[in-house]
Ligand binder design. Structure first.
Ligand code: NAP
Length: 282
């Protein structure tokens, strides 16, 4: 890979749904040259400015970088087809939630490096959060891979896969939870007589403004809440409901636990499927 921020060629995106598309949107917004990218997807659905094919055989020269952007359940089906195109010069970046590097090493024993990435959807607008973990030994290569995700927002290498899983549980899934909170705030506004359009705008701008203020000032959430709520005032009455017996904290904690449990199940399914369908190397 080159020292300046370029996408290495050839780069294959195996799958390009919500997350693969979001990464390409972010790179496009960052004005990276997408010409080294080929998307391989069964539907052949077009991707703006990117070559799309429906099989590995049509993809052309063997890839330097492969981004696995399909669902973890598909690993057992796709890995054996992809394996013969992955050589000692290929780096694999896997977006597959919960699927460990050791599992991915099974079908791709020769790959130069295998990196797990847990981006979240706001990478599409370069405000994403991505955790990275892999078995890449070369520091420069690691830096180059990291830079591709720094172009999409905040990105950091994690110490181990448990920490990567923790980051994914909070930030990977987080936009879905935040979206639900914004919708709930809007619904409450509508109950108070606001139109859907106005209530939605107020809810969105309130969350955006609060996050922006905290991000730019470094002020803690506790301090912001205290600054909004005057003693015995209206906000304090509302916070009393959210804080009663830690109800909001508990709700968020069990939400994330449920997602983490499902992540473990998916990882186990992927491990079993990949062991079942990958020919054993003696
Ligand atoms: N969405 C998120 O916020 C998020 C967050 C963190 C991690 N992830 C991870 O990102 C990965 C993709 O998730 P997603 O939400 O983007 O899924 P998605 O929208 O359902 O997209 C799945 C993609 O896989 C492709 N695909 C299916 N079978 C294939 C095959 N045999 N060969 C090649 N491609 C195939 C589909 O192709 P067609 O489009 O042609 O049908 C589609 O582009 C998952 O592993 C997930 O764990 C997602």
């Amino acid at each position: 890979m080159s020292a300046i921020l370029t996408i290495p060629g050839p780069t294959w995106f195996v799958g390009c749904g919500n997350m693969g598309g979001a990464i390409l949107d972010g790179w496009r917004m960052a004005e990276l040259d997408l010409s080294p990218v080929t998307v391989i997807r069964p539907s052949g659905k077009p991707v703006d400015g990117v070559r799309v094919v429906t099989s590995f055989e049509e993809a052309g020269a063997a890839p330097t970088l492969v981004v696995l952007a399909f669902k973890p359940q598909k690993l057992g089906e796709i890995a054996p087809q992809l394996a013969s195109f992955v050589g000692t010069n290929t780096v694999i970046i896997s977006l597959l939630a919960g699927v460990e590097v050791a599992t991915l090493r099974g079908p791709f024993p020769e790959a130069m490096g295998i990196v797990r990435a847990t981006p979240n959807l706001p990478v599409a607008v370069r405000r994403g959060v991505t955790g990275l973990y892999g078995d890449v030994a070369d520091a420069e290569l690691k830096q180059q891979i990291g830079a591709l995700f720094v172009a999409l927002g905040f990105a950091m290498w994690m110490a181990d896969e448990d920490k990567l899983g923790a980051l994914g549980a909070v930030a990977g899934a987080g936009p879905a939870y935040v979206a639900r909170f914004i919708a709930a705030l809007a619904k409450a506004g509508m109950k108070r007589g606001l139109s859907e359009e106005i209530a939605s705008t107020l809810a969105l701008e309130t969350v955006l403004g609060t996050a922006w203020m905290a991000a730019s000032s470094g002020e803690s959430m506790d301090s912001i809440a205290r600054r909004v709520a005057s003693p015995k005032g209206t906000t304090e009455a509302g916070l009393d409901v959210l804080d009663r017996e830690g109800v909001l904290d508990q709700l968020v904690a069990i939400t994330i636990e449920a997602a983490a449990r499902r992540g473990s199940e998916l990882a186990q399914e992927a491990k079993s499927a990949s062991l079942a369908e990958t020919p054993r190397l003696s």
